[in-house]
Every structure is written in C-alpha cells, then in structure tokens.
Ligand binder design. Structure first.
Ligand SMILES: Nc1nc2c(ncn2[C@@H]2O[C@H](COP(=O)(O)OP(=O)(O)OP(=O)(O)O)[C@@H](O)[C@H]2O)c(=O)[nH]1
Ligand SMILES: Nc1nc2c(ncn2[C@@H]2O[C@H](COP(=O)(O)OP(=O)(O)OP(=O)(O)O)[C@@H](O)[C@H]2O)c(=O)[nH]1
Length: 433
C-alpha cells in the first residue's frame, strides 16, 4: 500500500504551488486571488525512490470568513482521518493568523506526523521571520519557497522518513475497488452484486456508511470488494462531499489490484473522473471503466460506439481499457463488469515466459528497429518481464538513452497486441547491455 500525504492550510498560503512542485505537473490553477483552487488535487510523488500520494486540500469556494473557517476545520479533520502524514502550510508573508492557530489546535491533538511548513521563505531575511511560527506549539518547522524550491529537499527527506513502506500488499485475494464521484452509483453497484443491504443506498449523495471489505465469490473466483473509507462522519461528509470522495478514492486505489471506475453517464467523464483514472494509472492498477445509469441515456444507433470513442479520447494515450455500459438499476451487465475485472486482474498478474517474449518481440524489432538517433544505431538484444506485481518489461540494448518515447509506445502496443494486457498499465525500461 502507498502512503498518503495531505497538505492543509488556510487559503493563499501556497498549497497548490507546493503541490505542483511535488507532482511536477502544472495542473492546479494558481491565482493571486485567494480561494481559486476549486477542484481537489491529488497526484503521485516520489522522493528518494519512495512513492506517495499527495492531496492538496485547496478547493474553497469564496464565501464569508466564518464559512471558510468551518470548511478548513473539516478538511483538516478529514485529512487527519485519512492521511499518513500531514503538511501544515503557513505563510511567512502574513505571519501567524487566527486561522493558523485554529488549525494548529486541531493538529496538536493528532498522533500522526505533522510537518509545519513555513512557505514563501524566498530569501534568508525571511528565514529569521519564520521564527514566530514556534508560537503555534507544533515544535520545529521547515522553511520552504514553493516558488523557487528552496528548502523542499529537507522537508521531503524528513517526510519520507516517517512514511510507511510502500510495498505491494501480500493480499491473499484479489482486491477490486469500486471508485468514482459521489452519486455515481458505487454503493448500488456493490449492493446489487452482493444482494444484501449491507451498504445503505439513498438519493442523498455520500451516504455509503459501511467501510469493510466484502468478500465475494463469482465465476469460481474469489475476491474482495475494497471500500476503505475509514471513519465516516455523516455531517462532515454531507458538507464536503467531493473532498471526502477524493480521499476515499485515493485510499481505495492504493489498496486494490483492479479499479472499477464508475461514472454517471448523464454527467459524463469529467475532470474529476479523469483524475481518478489518472491516479489509478499512475499507481499501475488494473482499470475497468463502468458507464453507469445507461438506462437514462437516450440511445441512438451508434451511442455505445460514439460514447466509447469519446472516453478513449479523454484517456489517451492509455486507451487499452475495457469500457462496460451498465445499469445498476436494471441489473444490466453488472456481472459482465465483474467478469471483465477478473480478466483485467489476470492480465495484470500475467507472466510472459522470456523465451516466448523474445521470439515474438525480437522478430518485430528486427522488422521495425528503433530509428537511428544522432546518427547512432540502437541494437536491442533481448527483453524480459520483470518479477513485479504488475507488468514491467526491460529491453536490453547498446544505447538505451537513444530510444525515444514513440518507439517505447510502439513496443508497448506490440506487447498489448500479442499478449493481451487490456486494462493494465505497462512500464517499459531500456537497459544497457
Ligand atoms: N513569494 C512567494 N509566493 C508564493 C510562494 N508560493 C506560492 N506563492 C504565491 O501565493 C499565492 C497563493 O498560492 P496558491 O498556491 O494558490 O495558494 P493555495 O494555498 O493553494 O490557495 P487556495 O487555492 O486559496 O487554497 C500565489 O500568488 C502564489 O504565486 C512562494 O514560495 N513565495
Ligand atoms: N437511473 C439509474 N439510477 C441509478 C443507477 N445506479 C444508481 N442509481 C441511483 O443513483 C443514486 C446514487 O447511487 P449510490 O449508489 O448511492 O451512489 P454512490 O456512488 O455510492 O454515492 P456516494 O455514496 O455518494 O459516493 C441513487 O439514487 C441510485 O438509485 C442506474 O443504473 N440507473
């Protein structure tokens, strides 16, 4: 399982800027006006070879100050419940504020690692200014500049030190996680499968209260349905549903082998759904996309085809993912969904014997070798699948650094075509031999 790090703090202290630096992706919208980070952001980061998920608890809608305060308290509490470590960010420009003190009060009671991080320390003068944050009663702090990166190394060294090891769990049974946005139909789906009211389904979003894994047996195949929601406090959930659901998705994804990504066909494969997809992919999990509430969609001749095309466009370049159109309400194709997840699980744990792999791939490579780069010819000599829990392949050659991404994609596509890795991310390494 992978560790989860949450970044908390009041608006405008630079959480999104820091988050972007961690995941090395210009993704969160950063603005001078406070409260512009609307969607929750989560991504994958690594430091010294240790991977972890990061959640940026931005996402406040501009409102009155007291709404703000309540919101922040709630997010901090959720972060405390779900994260393995917390980065509490404050701003040296504004100094200690009342809101900082409120958050600190919550964090002082926590027995999880908290990293008080003073941001915007862009120069040495400001290092001295940061000293006032001792008054928050959280002990030592780290000074960073999210904008120029200074200080972040020390913080990350200390952070990864306390994170649990991210080894893949030795799970006895395959683990399937049902993930998606609030109200997509996740609980209804699980209910329909297990045929009992263990999960409470209502029209109000965010009412899934149970949080235990469900053992399930179907097609002669036993597996766990993962739903690692942790403690769900109904009141909190109602008010900050999207954040809650993000936390829950991140957790479930970290703990599973295959994600069943459910979304509401009437709402579309939107940005938040794409984020979940992206996270599952980055975590090398198997993925099945379930287009739910298909009963509500007006169907024309080519609906399924057009819809499939539209989704594939959104998930490029990793498009080799099964898409199943379901209606939980009418119990349509819900077993097909599970059957597909089982297939994906098998693909993910597939081992291609080295002999067979080389027979197929070297023939292809001979016919279509890597293009010469800077006048040099690359000779791929052999390849092998690495003994990892998900498919990774190493191709040994004389000049690994000269093999460019398009050729690696070509190799990936060939592997997919010949060995069927549908629904499973593949990693390709070029190694020196
Ligand atoms: N000088 C300086 N400015 C910074 C630094 N980090 C962030 N900022 C600026 O602070 C402002 C707020 O940054 P954001 O990353 O949007 O802050 P946030 O905490 O995510 O804010 P919300 O979206 O409101 O929650 C932006 O104008 C950033 O450019 C820094 O290290 N130094
Ligand atoms: N028409 C139609 N409605 C559905 C279908 N599946 C679920 N619903 C309805 O969608 C609503 C939300 O379903 P839930 O199962 O609670 O959704 P969820 O994803 O678990 O929601 P959270 O608990 O908020 O995360 C309920 O009113 C369901 O009856 C479907 O296939 N067709």
């Amino acid at each position: 399982m992978g560790a989860i790090v949450a970044i908390v703090g009041r608006p405008n202290v630079g959480k999104s800027t820091f988050f972007n630096r961690l995941i090395k992706r210009r993704e969160a919208i950063v603005d001078e006006v406070s409260g512009v980070t609307r969607d929750r952001h989560y991504g994958k980061s690594d430091w010294n070879g240790k991977e972890f998920s990061v959640i940026d608890t931005g996402g406040y809608v501009v409102g009155s100050d007291d709404i703000f305060e309540k919101e922040i308290d709630k997010q901090v509490e959720l972060a405390i419940d779900e994260a393995d470590a917390i980065i509490f960010m404050v701003d040296v420009e504004s100094g200690v504020t009342g809101m900082d003190e409120d958050v600190a009060k919550l964090l002082r009671k926590v027995d999880k690692p908290v990293f008080l991080t003073v941001n915007k320390v862009d120069n040495t003068q400001r290092v001295a200014d940061a000293v006032e944050f001792y008054s928050l009663g959280l002990g030592e702090y780290y000074t960073v500049s999210s904008i120029n990166g200074s200080g972040t190394g020390e913080l990350l060294d200390a952070l990864v030190e306390v994170l649990p090891e991210s080894a893949e769990e030795e799970s006895e049974l395959p683990r399937f996680a049902v993930v998606g946005r609030p109200n997509a139909g996740k609980s209804s789906f699980i209910n329909a499968l297990i045929g009992e009211e263990r999960y409470i389904v209502t029209d109000i979003a965010g009412t899934t209260r149970d949080s235990i894994d469900t053992k399930y047996n179907r097609f002669g195949f036993e597996f766990n349905l993962v739903d690692t929601a942790g403690i769900r406090r109904k009141a909190k959930v109602k008010e900050d549903l999207e954040f809650y659901s993000v936390m829950r998705s991140v957790r479930s994804i970290e703990h599973c082998d295959v994600c069943l990504l459910v979304f509401d066909a009437t709402r579309g494969f939107d940005g938040q759904v794409q984020n979940i997809f992206w996270l599952a992919q980055r975590n090398n999990k198997g993925i099945v996309i379930l287009v739910n509430k298909w009963d509500l969609v007006e169907k024309e001749t080519n609906s399924v085809r057009d819809y499939t095309k539209a989704i594939k466009k959104q998930i490029e370049p990793f498009t080799d993912v099964p898409i199943v159109f379901i209606s939980v309400l009418n119990k349509q194709r819900i077993f097909k969904a599970i059957e597909t997840a089982v297939e994906v699980y098998k693909n993910r744990s597939k081992r291609v014997p080295t002999r067979k792999l080389n027979d197929v791939m070297l023939t292809i490579i001979e016919k279509t070798p890597p293009p010469a780069y800077k006048g040099k010819y690359v000779k791929i000599k052999f390849c092998t699948q690495l003994p990892t829990p998900y498919p990774q392949f190493a191709f040994f050659c004389n000049l690994p650094q000269y093999v460019r991404d398009p050729y690696k994609r070509f190799l990936e596509n060939q592997l997919r075509e010949h060995f069927d890795f549908t629904g499973v991310p593949i990693t390709i390494f070029m190694r020196k031999k």
